[in-house]
Design a protein around this ligand. Structure first.
Ligand SMILES: O=C(O)CCC(=O)C(=O)O
Ligand SMILES: [Fe+2]
Length: 271
């Protein structure tokens, strides 16, 4: 894998913070059209969970999308070089469908704290706001919920609708909260979601040149507004995740984790 396609340490830190990374207009138009046609025509069958992703959809345009060097570099950086197919879905929101989907996280019956799957969301055509887009909540991925536990919420400060041009995709942590938005246009909206499982330990899989960049603790300490008073808990979650990703068990930000790890065992005797 050519290093230039791998994520940088700053991008990884941003992924740790937000639970996703966004890549705008990366897929060429002819491929967008061909992949979009495969979605419209229902040509992309569900495959058995756990098969190597490399073996799937060999003659399909969608496979060409996921074989673009940049996409491969992103996948490699997050789940390694040879991930497993978990499932995919072609998300279809009909023209004039005015009901928003409930906030949820996908397929979470999951007690893992550090190991993670990714979901790639790919938008083959322009998705203006009136078409909805998928709404995402940055920084929600550590708050593990079971499917639609959060469905009673409507809007969050800092939520981000995927308003984008054709050929845009996101790489998302599996815990992220999201929901499909109403489609007020007279065109059907398509979005493709692919979930991949790692087959290797997710440690230093990206371009780690900038791993000691002093900007990283600052990135990891930036809070999302919707956290309210609980911002520091999320920074602790990020520190733990960064330790897992880097293998550096001493990494800390503002002494937050080393303070709570301080449990001295030495007993002094009164004289
Ligand atoms: O339609 C969308 O943009 C998202 C749909 C979704 O998240 C789902 O059905 O699980
Ligand atoms: Fe979903």
């Amino acid at each position: 894998m050519d290093k230039k396609y791998l994520l940088t340490s700053r991008q990884m830190a941003q992924f740790v913070n937000d639970g996703f990374l966004r890549f705008d207009e990366r897929v060429p138009d002819d491929l967008n059209r061909a992949a979009g046609a495969e979605m419209e025509q229902g040509l992309l069958d569900v495959e058995p969970m756990g098969v190597p992703f490399r073996n799937l959809w060999k003659d399909r345009a969608i496979k060409k999308v996921f074989s673009l060097p940049e996409v491969q570099g992103i996948v490699h950086s997050l789940v390694g070089p040879d991930p497993q197919y978990d499932h995919h879905a072609v998300h279809i929101v009909n023209a004039g469908h005015l009901i928003g989907q409930a906030w949820h996280a996908d397929a979470i019956i999951d007690t893992r704290r550090t190991h993670f799957d990714i979901q790639l969301f790919y938008y083959p055509h322009d998705t203006p706001r009136e078409m909805g887009g998928t709404m995402f909540l940055p920084g929600s991925h550590f708050r593990r919920i079971s499917e639609t536990d959060i469905a009673r919420y409507q809007n969050f400060v800092g939520q981000v609708p995927m308003v984008c041009k054709a050929g845009t995709f996101l790489a998302v942590h599996h815990g992220i909260w999201h929901c499909g938005q109403p489609n007020r246009t007279d065109r059907i909206r398509y979005a493709f979601k692919l979930r991949l499982n790692p087959t290797v330990r997710q440690v230093r899989l990206w371009n780690t040149e900038g791993i000691d960049d002093p900007a990283i603790p600052q990135i990891l300490n930036s809070k999302h507004k919707w956290y309210g008073n609980e911002g520091r808990i999320e920074v602790v979650n990020r520190i733990k995740f960064w330790r897992f990703l880097t293998g550096n068990e001493r990494f800390d930000v503002l002494h937050l984790l080393s303070r709570i790890e301080n449990e001295p065992q030495r007993e002094l005797q009164a004289v």
